[in-house]
Structures are given as structure tokens and as C-alpha cells.
Design a protein around this ligand. Structure first.
Ligand code: ADP
Length: 474
């Protein structure tokens, strides 16, 4: 029979969440790497700019000192030329602080001998990170340096004025030289601090970059592994489900083959016997004998009718969906009894009903099939040798479950047949039935996830008890 290896629906985490995690981690990783590289590149540009700043300041100091002692106008020009480098950077710093990114700041950075391709990164870092600790510190050092550059400029003006008015004395020369070297020393410290601060920031950014790269790579790898294992598990489960479905299909096919074979045989046999009866009736003169033949013809047709109705039940039971609805057991029994009254001996049987349960929630089609088949068997297999033929119908509740009980004092079932009575086409008397009745009953009971229990004693009687689960048990 069919395997009901119910695979419990395994609860897998939603794989879309994992895919989203991978997607966002990748996007975040790309963004973090992009901005980190941009920041590092800007840092490099600032350190590069600082070296131009420092070189410009040192060359300017050198030319100023030479001018101080040689009074060569060419040295004065060179001094002014070199001083423009730190002055340009200073202008850029002040403009960026006051108004942000503009042409003036960019031109001033070019004067500071920064590379044109570095301008975007320099401006971007300044505008967006000027308040971040490492850059704020560097800007502060830069500001201190600019103040010293301004002082150097003033000293230059004083030297030039004294030289032009020819009032420069040896003492002045010594004083100016001292002042220039003090400024130079201070600037060297500022410039070193500036580079160190940026270097420190760069190292921190690098550490952060390594950490985030490792973290996100781990997240991506774990998510992909989890995704892979979930998909493999799903594949295994669906493979098993397909295997069970295949096994069921083979069984169904086998059953169908048997069904077609037996159905064609059983459908033909009443026709064959009818044909034979008609033939002998044609040559029969005796009216009593003809009546006898007609009776046999009727029985043959009734058998075929019963068989066709069994096939219809079988097909309905297989195809139709379970529909849970309120059903009256009393009505179902009354209907079934009314339809079975034309059976031989039916009106001689005492049918008693004790219905403690009437309205229930179940599938009316399956209940109809179950009730009418059990009742028709009780009538068909009644024992007319007994003084009183009895069928007793009961409905009741045990442990919260509805039960239907149909018992009779009919011919009973021999022990050797008991284990076969629910098999397809098993019947002990082919004149009485197709052998499909109890097979269909068993399938209908399985459909509503109920149970059927049979007890019988040969020559004493039989009892069938059907347990109907509650509606929410289906
Ligand atoms: P059938 O069409 O032959 O009645 P069923 O599947 O309904 O086929 O029943 C299978 C066999 O079980 C019957 O042939 C009969 O021998 C036995 N049987 C079923 N119900 C009863 C009953 N109430 N009393 C005695 N025998 C029964």
C-alpha cells in the first residue's frame, strides 16, 4: 500500500537573507576600500606637499641669508620665489577653512607645488575630515608653520628695506641671522610634527582597513558556506521526497494495472452470463422457467450496477479533495438505509440506531462511502438461517474522538480471510460483490486520517468501528 512517509517540513533559514548579507557586505567592502584608498592617497599627497613646503621654506631662508650678506638682488628674487611655496599652501589652508573648495584654494595649492592630479584628494580630505583628530592636529601644526613663514616674510622685508636704504650694519646682520635660524628651527619642528601626525593617521587607517577587510571577508565566507550547506540539505530532502513519490507512483501504476485487468473482467462477466441467459430464454416455452431466467438476469444486472457504483466510489475517493464541513451522521445513515432497502432480505433485518453523536465536522463524501459500504456488507452477509437478523448502528465519543460502530449477527468472517478483507478485489463470494467495497472504505478512512477496526466471529457476526478524527486533526 502507499507509503505515507511524511517528511516533516524542515525549517531552513531564509537563504535570501544570506544572499542579502553577502551583497551588502561586498558593497560595504568596496565602499570602505574605495574611501580608504582615497584617504591614504590624500595623506600621501599632503606628506608630499609638506616636503615641498619644507624645501621651499629652507631654500627661501638660505637665499635670504645669502642676500643678507651679499646683497645680491638675484638672491632676493630667489628668496621671494621660494617663499611663495609655503605662502601658497598657507593661502589654500585659510581659504579651505573659510569657504571650502574653490578656485582660489586650488590655485594656491598649485603655487605650493602640489601635483595637479592630487588636488581633488587634497581638497576632499581637508573639507570632509578637517575635524577628525589626526587631520585637525596636522592643520594646527600647519597654521603654526604659516605664522612663522609670515614672520620670515616680515624679516625679509626689513632686511630688504635696510639694504635698499644702505643702513644695514654688522649687528643687524647678526640679529637677522639669529632670528632666521630660530624661525627655521621652529619650522623644522612644525613640519616634522605635521608629517608625523599624518603618518600616524595613515597607520591607523591601514589597521582599520585590514580589520574591516578581514571581518567582511569572514562574514562573506561564512554566509556563502551557510548558503551552500542549506542548499545541499534542501537538495537531499527533495531527493528523498522524489524517491518516495517515485515509489508511490510505481505502486499506483501496479494497482492501476490490476484494477484495469480485474475491472474489464468483472464488467464483462455479467454481460456474458446475460447473453447466455437470453439465448436459453429464447428457446424456452415454460413461463415459470422463463421467470426464473429473468430473475437471474436481474441479479446479473444488479451485480454489474453494484460494480459500476463501486468503481465510481473508488474514483471519487481518489480524485476529490477533502472538504471539511458540518455533516449529520443521522442523515447519512438514513440515506444509506433507504438506498439499500432493495437488497435481498433487507426488509427482514432489524436495524437499530443509537446515535449519541450526530452533527460532526468532516468530509461528507468519504463518510457516505464508508457508511454505505459497511451497511451494505452487513445486509449482504446477513445470516438468514438465524431467527432474527440484526444490524446495530452506534455513534459515540471516546477520548474526544467520534466513533461509528456497525455490527451485525451475520455469517461472520472466517479467521483465514480476516487479514485479506481490506485488499483490492478480495471477496469470498463473487455473486455478492466486486471485492472493492472494504478496499475503498479503507482508502476513504485513510483520506480523513481515521482508523478502522474489525472484529468478527464465523457464524456469529461482525463488528466494524471507524474512528473519525476531529477536524483540526486532518
Ligand atoms: P465484497 O464486494 O465481496 O462484499 P468487500 O471488500 O466489501 O467485498 O468485502 C470483502 C469480504 O469481506 C467479503 O467478501 C466478505 O467475505 C467479508 N465481509 C465484509 N463485511 C462483512 C460482514 N459484515 N459480514 C461478513 N463478512 C463480511
Amino acid at each position: 500500500m502507499f507509503k505515507f512517509k511524511a517528511f516533516k517540513k524542515l525549517r531552513f533559514p531564509n537563504v535570501f537573507i544570506l544572499l542579502l548579507i553577502v551583497f551588502f557586505s561586498c558593497a560595504l567592502l568596496i565602499c570602505i576600500n574605495f574611501f580608504t584608498i582615497k584617504t591614504l592617497s590624500a595623506n600621501r599627497a599632503y606628506i608630499n606637499g609638506e616636503s615641498h613646503y619644507s624645501k621651499g621654506q629652507k631654500d627661501a631662508s638660505r637665499h635670504l641669508i645669502t642676500y643678507l650678506y651679499t646683497q645680491d638682488p638675484n638672491q632676493w628674487k630667489l628668496y621671494l620665489e621660494e617663499l611663495k611655496v609655503p605662502q601658497g599652501d598657507g593661502t589654500a589652508r585659510m581659504t579651505l577653512l573659510k569657504v571650502g573648495d574653490n578656485e582660489v584654494a586650488r590655485k594656491a595649492l598649485l603655487v605650493g607645488r602640489n601635483h595637479p592630479e592630487d588636488l581633488d584628494d587634497l581638497v576632499w580630505l581637508f573639507v570632509n575630515f578637517k575635524k577628525v583628530s589626526f587631520l585637525a592636529k596636522a592643520i594646527h601644526e600647519w597654521e603654526q608653520g604659516d605664522k612663522l613663514i609670515f614672520k620670515l616674510f616680515i624679516i625679509g622685508q626689513q632686511i630688504d628695506a635696510k639694504i635698499k636704504h644702505k643702513i644695514l650694519t654688522v649687528t643687524d646682520q647678526q640679529n637677522f641671522l639669529h632670528e632666521i635660524s630660530v624661525i627655521s628651527d621652529k619650522l623644522t619642528i612644525n613640519e616634522r610634527n605635521f608629517s608625523n601626525t599624518l603618518g600616524e593617521g595613515t597607520r591607523k587607517i591601514k589597521d582599520l582597513l585590514v580589520f574591516t577587510n578581514v571581518l567582511f571577508t569572514l562574514i562573506i565566507v561564512c554566509s556563502v558556506c551557510l548558503y551552500y550547506s542549506i542548499m545541499v540539505k534542501r537538495l537531499i530532502v527533495s531527493k528523498k521526497e522524489i524517491e518516495v513519490k517515485n515509489e508511490n507512483l510505481v505502486l499506483v501504476n501496479h494497482e492501476l494495472d490490476r484494477f484495469v485487468y480485474s475491472a474489464s473482467h468483472d464488467l464483462r462477466s455479467p454481460i456474458t452470463s446475460l447473453k447466455g441467459l437470453i439465448e436459453i430464454t429464447q428457446s424456452e416455452e415454460n413461463v415459470c422457467q422463463i421467470r426464473e431466467y429473468l430473475k437471474l438476469m436481474y441479479t446479473s444486472l444488479a451485480r454489474q450496477d453494484q460494480f459500476i457504483s463501486d468503481i465510481i466510489d473508488y474514483s471519487k475517493n481518489k480524485r476529490k479533495q477533502i472538504i471539511m464541513e458540518p455533516v449529520s451522521l443521522r442523515e447519512l445513515f438514513d440515506e444509506a438505509i433507504a438506498q439499500l432497502m432493495h437488497f435481498e432480505n433487507a426488509n427482514q433485518i432489524a436495524i437499530t440506531k443509537e446515535l449519541l453523536v450526530d452533527e460532526i465536522e468532516s468530509d461528507s463524501l468519504r463518510l457516505k462511502i464508508i457508511i454505505s459500504n459497511l451497511l451494505s456488507n452487513a445486509i449482504k452477509y446477513a445470516d438468514n438461517s438465524k431467527q432474527e437478523m440484526i444490524i446495530s448502528i452506534k455513534t459515540y465519543i471516546v477520548d474526544g474522538l467520534n466513533k461509528i460502530e456497525i455490527s451485525d449477527n451475520g455469517i461472520g468472517i472466517k479467521d483465514e480471510f480476516k487479514e485479506h478483507i481490506f485488499e483490492m478485489y478480495f471477496g469470498t463470494n463473487k455473486n455478492k460483490g466486486s471485492g472493492l467495497g472494504l478496499y475503498i472504505v479503507k482508502e476513504a478512512v485513510e483520506n480523513i486520517r481515521g482508523n478502522i477496526y474489525m472484529s468478527s466471529e464465523n457464524n456469529i457476526g461482525s463488528k466494524f468501528i471507524v474512528t473519525i478524527p476531529s477536524a483540526n486533526g486532518i
